[in-house]
Design a protein around this ligand. Sequence first.
Ligand SMILES: Nc1ncnc2c1ncn2[C@@H]1O[C@H](COP(=O)(O)OP(=O)(O)O)[C@@H](O)[C@H]1O
Ligand SMILES: [Mg+2]
Length: 259
Amino acid sequence: MALFGKKKRDKDTILFQKKEERMIGPNLSFSAKESYNLLRTNIMLSLPNNGKCKVIGVTSADAGEGKSTTAINLAYSLSQNDKKVLLIEGDMRKPTIATRLGLRQKPGLSNMLAGLSDPAACFRNSNISQSMTVLTSGDTPPNPSELLSSDEMVKMIEACKDSVDYIILDLPPLNVVPDALVVSNIVDGMIFVVRSDFARKAAVTEALRQLEFAKVKILGFVLTNTNISSKSYSRYGGKYGKYYKYGSHYYSTPNAEED
Ligand SMILES: Nc1ncnc2c1ncn2[C@@H]1O[C@H](COP(=O)(O)OP(=O)(O)O)[C@@H](O)[C@H]1O
Ligand SMILES: [Mg+2]
């Protein structure tokens, strides 16, 4: 009986890993790829074309809404458009990017900001695109918010701007920790991710209130895990429709299982 349970768990883990692999850049379904390319185009159009590097944060109200997936795929899509991209695993509490891209987690951002590691040891190629570099989160620090709001973080971002066109900063959820707000001075704008079958209206409202208070420019909303062929999709327009008042674009990234 116990053996049967273990076998099922192993099978579930393998199926989950396969699904996660299909959610990453080169492995995405055609329609999902197109959605991220549309997101890329609109993000590029919504920021001034002055030749300077742009810093884009990715956040949501709660955990598990698709921030890291969106950050990876936006970074990948930009890199496929001849842009040099740095993807930063800024969620030092629940990092997933290194694992999902098969990269070494340590040393990384936390070690570098604390002055414990040579920056050269912390940046690594993404494995999926030559022009996409990843700064992994490193060891989990006791004080992620302090590190993200430190002068060292500002200096590091400024230094990176010289060598890339875009910096994508994957952040923790707003209603859990303040990390996404403490970087408001270094981001040019924020992408707000909403999981269609999961996000609570009150949680989204509260998170957006915080961003508005911190005067963060919201570049757009990404609705994840949608079934765009489904008629029920249209109801999300009504459910979240009022957020258009932020003057932002609204995209949906379909479930990778669909094509
Ligand atoms: N557009 C999407 N369609 C279907 N599943 C998605 C989508 N975006 C993310 N996911 C899945 O949702 C789960 C949580 O995603 P993740 O990006 O890690 O969320 P977060 O970083 O917000 O915690 C993962 O299993 C991921 O594969
Ligand atoms: Mg994440």
